[in-house]
Design a protein around this ligand. Structure first.
Ligand code: SF4
Length: 328
């Protein structure tokens, strides 16, 4: 990784906005840059506070902290805008300026049987999009950049809970390439029915996500079936403004009609130790990031499923539909 924190943009924007006090959010992997960032912002005469809370995605917007602290602006690094907010936020995407050509060259052998490719990237590679498209075209491929759909901020932009842009081009492509990390490509492999290749710039590998889809589908079906058997269930809502997937009232009513005893729980972040204390609750539905249940299920001692999976358990959605949409 060769990260560019776009501090020129930070300075320009802060000089324009002129906040007195800002709350800075950094994703986990770049929190070690806090002192450098503080130096630049303080030189402008602005007070800086860093959020020490976890920041896994652009959904993790610290508006509650910001309002409580009385800051004028959130400066959110590492992601693009996800949802509209009632609080001013400056998004700094952070570029990875690593030379991608060597790994793109290595990807050619893996995708040689697929002429038409769909292309997505994680936000740190947006500035390289034209170069990547040209590279694959020059090497004989027809490239379709995925559509801007739902939570995606740009055409081609992939995030872990939004694969609508990949789905809309599914009939035009033979395979997908994801420039980014395993998290995004795993979600993509689950959401589409064509081969997905990860150009993993962080581990310097090109990997076909073959087998991942079938394994996760089997695991999710088991979780949904176990949830159906549970008599006492918890519905977990997160308080982060961007992590509200589904209607709590709707699912609570449905679960009660299905004969379950239901409690509603709120958390600022769902973790296995927090839900462990609700020891008499047999299974949970989480209405926060759907990838918590899908990716981290093994960390939980009790069954945990997504909102859309809970709709399958109550008979309001078919299993086929859930599989088709990657359970998200
Ligand atoms: S996948 Fe999860 S962490 Fe990432 S943006 Fe979506 S809700 Fe947030």
């Amino acid at each position: 990784m060769v990260l560019n924190f776009e501090m020129d943009k930070v300075k320009t924007e802060l000089e324009r906005i002129r906040p007195k006090r800002v709350l800075v959010q950094l994703p986990e992997g770049i929190k070690q840059k806090a002192l450098d960032i503080q130096g630049v912002i303080e030189d402008l005469g602005i007070e800086v506070i860093f959020s020490g809370e976890t920041c896994w995605g652009a959904c993790s917007i610290a508006t509650y902290e910001a309002k409580s602290l009385g800051v004028d602006l959130i400066v959110h690094f590492g992601h693009a805008q996800f949802i509209k907010s009632d609080f001013p936020i400056l998004y700094i995407e952070v570029r990875d300026e690593l030379d991608l050509i060597p790994i793109l060259k290595r990807s050619l052998e893996k995708i040689k049987d697929y002429k038409n490719i769909g292309l997505s990237y994680s936000i740190q590679h947006r500035h390289d999009l034209d170069m990547i498209v040209k590279f694959y075209k020059d090497n004989g491929h027809v490239v379709t950049v995925t559509d801007k759909k739902g939570y995606a901020a740009f055409s081609g932009h992939v995030i872990g809970c939004e694969f609508g842009g990949l789905k809309t081009i599914q009939n035009q492509v033979d395979a997908y390439i994801i420039i980014g990390n395993r998290f995004h490509s795993m979600g993509a492999a689950l959401a589409v029915e064509k081969p997905v290749f990860l150009v993993d710039v962080y581990n310097d590998q090109v990997t076909e996500m073959k087998g991942v889809r079938d394994k996760i589908i089997r695991q999710r079906i088991v979780s949904i079936e176990k949830f159906k058997d549970a008599k006492k269930v918890g519905v977990i809502m997160e308080v982060k403004p961007g992590q509200k997937f589904g209607s709590p009232k709707f699912i609570v009513d449905k679960l009660k009609k299905a004969g379950k005893e239901v409690i509603v729980i709120t958390m600022d972040e769902i973790t296995p130790d927090k839900i462990m204390n609700f020891y008499d609750i047999e299974a949970f539905v989480e209405l926060a990031c759907p990838r918590i249940a899908i990716d981290d299920f093994a960390k939980y001692t009790k069954t945990i499923i997504t909102y859309k999976e809970a709709l399958v358990a109550t008979g309001d959605r078919s299993m086929d539909e859930a599989i088709k949409n990657g359970f998200i």
